[in-house]
Design a binder for this molecule. Sequence first.
Ligand code: BG6
Length: 483
Amino acid sequence: MVSRVIPVEPFDLVIFGGTGDLARRKILPGLHRRFLAGQVTAEARIIGAARSQMDDAGYRKMVRAAIHEFGAPEDQDKAGIDAFLEILRYVPIDARGENGWQELAAHVRPGLVHAYYFSVGPGLFGDLAERLHSHGIADENSRIVVEKPFGHDLESARALNATLAEHFRECQIYRIDHYLGKETVQNLMAVRFANILFEPLWNAQYVDHIQITVAVTVGVGGRGAYYDKSGAMRDMVQNHLMQLLCLIAMEPPSRFDPDAVRDEKLKVIRALEPVDPHHIVRGQYAASGEEPGYREDVGDPRSLTESFIALRCHISNWRWAGTPFYLRTGKKLKARSSEIAVVFKDAPHAIFGQDAGQHRNILSIQLQPNEGMMLDVTIKEPGPGGMRLIDVPLDMTFAEALGEEIEDVPDAYERLIMDVIRGNQTLFMRGDEVEAAWAWTDPIIEGWEARGDVPKPYDVGSTGPEDALMMLHRDGRRWREIK
Ligand code: BG6
């Protein structure tokens, strides 16, 4: 049973690239789920627009297949799918020409919320934005949704922002980073800003360091051509890990409103120091046995792109001066596991004779696979034998604590699309944030390109290259286990 769902007002959502991979995997199955939950009502209209010649019936057939393939097993009820398909339409369109635009305009109903999802390459953003205006279907109340990658570097991100700004105001532009739609990521804000417990300790005086790990077991899959031009730094660190870093490090905003939150995140990004090359380790998964390596996966035997990166960064402000933030992400690693760990300092005086670093409070925030939080607390080992200390976790795995309620939590895309309809930009990146993130990222990449750095090979199913372990070892610390 779905609880506490408030339907959104009727809307028209046009998905440019409506037959593409993202639409079939995420956007349409997500909208179907929100429809089943009663949040999207039968008065909504979803219009797929793409190059393929198809009619409504053909599109519905495609979407039904997508829901079968990518939807949750419990969402496969035929009547529910049939009812959802009723609200779908399809318009073949030429993004760079005039074909299809009048037909699209005829589908868009005046007076409703209009959202245009640009699920297409950034090269088409300008053409789409311009035609939406010239055909009179973009007004003050329209929103556009754009996906990452938002640019390849600062210059291209600026150019994209400028193109969009010619036609839309910032409050109409929703730049998606799907990590911000994850349940635990938002919980991070709730835990930090709705509890008094952590805030007094949330600073350089009490925190030894913070680790952010996003590990996946999959390789580059069919996205080799895109990925090989990006690498882990552009694909993951500049956006997803950066957003996690912001939420963990930012000052409490004065209100939970889009600009108050994004102003604080921006300050974190702007306070990031340049990264010392000694604090960067890049890796590339190597072939082993039958298993192809990264270079085979992308079809370039000389590729120097990283499928793994670990780095240490610093935020120069009063709260965090001197506290290292270790970021790590990679493909084909040991497990799919994403975690933020806040490792607190030792108690100031060891009355039980414990060694430095032996017992530490660690708050770990688990993003996936099991969302939850855990706080390692040091206690006395039960039984006779004196005052021996052990660390035990106070476990708050949400599925256990919240039972059934967690089962209906929308996935990141579902939540974010509903936020677009409701007109709430809190969980979307502002243009200046994206530019600031590139301004920090660009010199790091330029640095290793100028040095001709070669990524270190690592085994599929490992935790990344040995050098990444050594990087922390040199600092007298160790990575959290990937499990
Ligand atoms: C995407 C990246 O944005 O995020 C992928 O392009 C990555 O390379 C993915 O695998 C990770 O997302 P999630 O939600 O599976 O952790």
